[in-house]
Design a protein around this ligand. Structure first.
Ligand SMILES: Nc1ncnc2c1ncn2[C@@H]1O[C@H](COP(=O)(O)OP(=O)(O)OP(=O)(O)O)[C@@H](O)[C@H]1O
Length: 711
């Protein structure tokens, strides 16, 4: 394989000169191929950018791509040339045969690299940043997924000026309500509109990337973007733990801590950081990096394997939500990496987060933070409230109206037993969400379907916006209130009607996944297409769907269905107010019928089991009422008359019970008539029939017994 080296090399702008070979990566807006440049038989990488997925005008993209081709540094992946093919922009780049650090970690180093390799990778990356910052650029997407490795161990920072979406001019960027970057890697000042940011934002991302390389994932990566956002703003900065990360040197920990300072003015510049002892002792990448991929299959095979694995996981889409959650979590483990990160998306995402476990986790994290930081932490949280109010301001501007009070039902962080400090986080979360509306979880679930989710995604996907291009040294990019007002106007005019937005939120799946997943799930080309993550209800027919609610990942039947199987325990009030559904009345009547039949059987059995002597004993003991006697002729006659009396007493008791039953039935009939005349008519007859049958049977029994006694 011949390598692309010299920056002077010329490449044609004719797509026919490039033969696309294997896919080696897929991002939010582009697919990257290993390709052959036919005129010279050289291997190159072709990044095919889908312009539809970017909000940029093609001319602007091209102009910026040309500017980017001027970037020339051994640690920055440069664009050789770019041209338009159909509605795609092709960017020709050097092929980095070992792919990204993220990809390598996912394939072979799930727990991160060893310190020497990290040191080398970070040093090369820092050189790239130093160069870019000197040129007046902010990269704004520094992460392991954008650090590419070549066969000889060389390290290059990619995705600067390569993505068309990176080329938005400042004005255009500022007119959008879109954050730029990847939530986990984004500096607090980038996440807080109005605070302004500069090249120091890259230094924060650099620190996060250091943690990512050390652990195999970025801090907070398992959380949904909204939570990442809040944690970044509110929590103490992440860092290397002195206990858990024992294997790492003190200087590494120190270097990370220097980058992850919330106050951007206190972060070192790339130039200064390069002088840190950690980098002074870093080994050349040929020694420490090259060995990382020895023995691994070629990149394209790794990518294919990974995609197949991912596709297999996603094929289990109709699995119970617990497993879905696990997949969702694994999406986060890869890094909350899709970077179409705007407030609208955040709100939609946030409204879906309602797992109590998350609440507890979040609270747990908060508690841990609080206990470790004590007074300082809570003071910080309190002071952050003001900052969060800024978000409210933005949200209000964007949505042009008062915030919905129902937001307070937002489940993400609204644990029941609140503590005041955590309320601050919760409040912030609620501030940011804004769009929950009146939708209960039932609403959400009832309208979720795969198609809906796809539609929702299709509608809400807005490509990444970046602010690129020359930057005056020291310039600070601000989101002023007038900009926010413009955003509001633009949002209202350009995006979707509010109702539709609410709909979208409700239709989205209940569990969270990476924000704005592209068709290919991972923003780093590591996954197969994700169509929807909301498919877990698909196997249910529509009718049953309507009666299902999901409670913490489990399905349950609504009371509508349960009524018929519940023991009947309606009050007289329920029955008489005419509001009782026919089905319930029917069940009630059936029960009464059963009871009556049982009583009838019982009476018959009782009569049959009674011996004449028992009647006498019972009468003598006063257990049975004495019926009135009209005859008294001798002993037999006396006995007979006594039995008669007994029987008559029993008959009168039965008759009174019968009367009661009949009365009850009549009452039921009247009530029932209120509900349905025709059905009531039938059941009246039914019950009259039952009552009369019962009556006749009793009389028959009695007559039979009387005749027995007389005999
Ligand atoms: N020049 C290259 N050589 C080899 N692989 C590359 C090259 N450029 C990109 N890739 C691979 O393709 C993946 C996606 O590329 P890239 O990051 O540029 O796309 P994207 O759409 O900008 O995505 P994202 O910004 O989410 O990372 C990278 O993570 C990397 O694995």
């Amino acid at each position: 394989m011949r390598r692309m080296g010299g920056s002077q090399r010329r490449y044609s702008a004719n797509s026919d000169d490039y033969k696309l070979l294997e896919e080696v990566g897929c991002g939010a807006s582009a697919t990257v191929y290993r390709a052959m440049y036919l005129p010279s038989n050289e291997v190159v990488a072709v990044k095919c950018l889908d312009v539809d997925r970017c909000n940029s005008n093609l001319d602007e993209i091209r102009r910026e791509a040309q500017t980017m081709s001027l970037i020339d540094h051994p640690n920055v992946v440069r664009a050789y040339c770019s041209f338009v093919v159909d509605y795609n922009l092709w960017v020709i780049m050097p092929f980095m045969s070992e792919g990204s650090c993220l990809h390598l970690m996912k394939i072979a180093y799930p727990d991160g690299f060893e310190e020497p390799a990290i040191g080398s990778i970070l040093k090369e990356t820092l050189k790239a940043l130093d160069y870019l910052h000197r040129q007046g650029h902010i990269h704004r997407d520094v992460k392991a997924g954008n650090i590419l490795l070549d066969y000889n161990g060389s390290v290059k920072l990619a995705d600067f000026g390569v993505s068309a979406c990176m080329f938005d001019a400042g004005d255009r960027q500022r007119s959008r309500n879109t954050f730029v970057g990847t939530p986990c890697w984004m500096a607090p000042e980038v996440l807080q509109p109005g605070s302004g940011y500069n090249s120091k934002a890259d230094m924060w991302s650099f620190g996060i990337t250091a943690l990512e390389l050390a652990h195999g994932h970025a801090p907070f990566s398992k959380y949904p973007p909204i939570k990442v956002l809040l944690m970044t703003i509110q929590n103490a900065p992440p860092g290397l733990d002195y206990g858990r990360d024992k294997k790492f040197s003190k200087s590494f920990k120190e270097m990370v801590a220097m980058c992850l300072v919330k106050d951007q003015t206190k972060r070192p510049t790339a130039e200064k950081l390069l002088k840190h002892s950690f980098f002074k002792h870093a080994k050349p990448p040929e020694l420490s990096v090259k060995k990382l991929f020895s023995g691994l299959p070629p990149l394209w095979n790794r990518v294919k394997d990974f995609q197949l694995k991912d596709a297999a996981q996603l094929a289990q889409k109709k699995m119970p939500s617990a497993e879905q959650e696990a997949i969702s979590q694994s999406e986060y483990q890869r890094g909350v990496s899709a970077w179409n990160f705007d407030i609208e998306d955040l709100k939609a995402q946030a409204s879906l987060v309602h797992d109590d476990d998350d609440i507890h986790k979040c609270k747990g994290d908060y508690e841990r933070m609080k206990s470790s930081l004590g007074q300082k932490a809570s003071a910080y949280c309190k002071s952050s409230l003001g900052k969060l109010n800024l978000n409210r301001e933005v949200s209000q501007a964007e949505f042009g109206g008062p915030r919905n009070v129902d937001l307070l039902q937002f489940d993400c962080l609204n644990g029941k037993g609140k503590n005041p400090e955590c309320d601050i986080v919760e409040a912030g979360c609620q501030e940011m969400v804004g769009l929950r509306g009146n939708g209960s979880s039932i609403d959400i679930m009832a309208s979720t379907s795969e198609k809906d989710v796809l539609l929702t995604r299709a509608k809400t996907v807005k490509p990444r916006q970046t602010q690129s291009g020359p930057l005056t040294p020291g310039a600070v990019l601000n989101h002023s209130s007038s900009e926010r007002a413009r955003n509001s106007e633009r949002f209202e005019n350009e995006i979707l009607p509010a109702n539709e937005k609410v709909c979208q939120v409700r239709k989205a799946p209940i569990f969270s996944g990476p924000l704005m997943l592209p068709n290919r799930a991972s923003a780093n080309g590591l996954s197969a297409p994700i169509k929807s993550s909301g498919g877990f209800r698909d196997s249910l027919d529509d009718k049953s769907k309507a009666n299902l609610v999901q409670i913490k990942g489990r399905f349950s039947v609504t009371s509508e269905n349960l009524d018929l199987v519940k023991p009947i325990n309606h009050t007289a009030k329920d029955l008489t107010n005419g509001s009782m559904p026919t089905s319930i009345l029917m069940t009630h009547l059936q029960n009464l019928f059963q009871q009556t039949s049982l009583q009838q059987d019982f009476i018959t059995n009782l009569f049959n089991s009674l011996q004449p002597s028992e009647f006498v004993d019972a009468t003598q003991n006063g257990k049975l009422p004495l019926p009135h006697c009209t005859e008294s002729n001798g002993n037999v006659q006396t006995a007979a008359s006594e039995r008669e009396r007994l029987l008559l007493g029993k008959i009168s008791e039965l008759i009174s019970r019968m009367m009661n039953l009949t009365n009850e039935l009549t009452t039921e009939k009247l009530k029932y008539d209120q509900v349905s005349f025709s059905q009531g008519f039938i059941y009246l007859h039914l019950w009259l029939f039952v009552a009369s049958t019962l009556y006749f049977m009793v009389v028959l029994c009695l007559a039979k017994m009387l005749s027995k006694i007389k005999r």
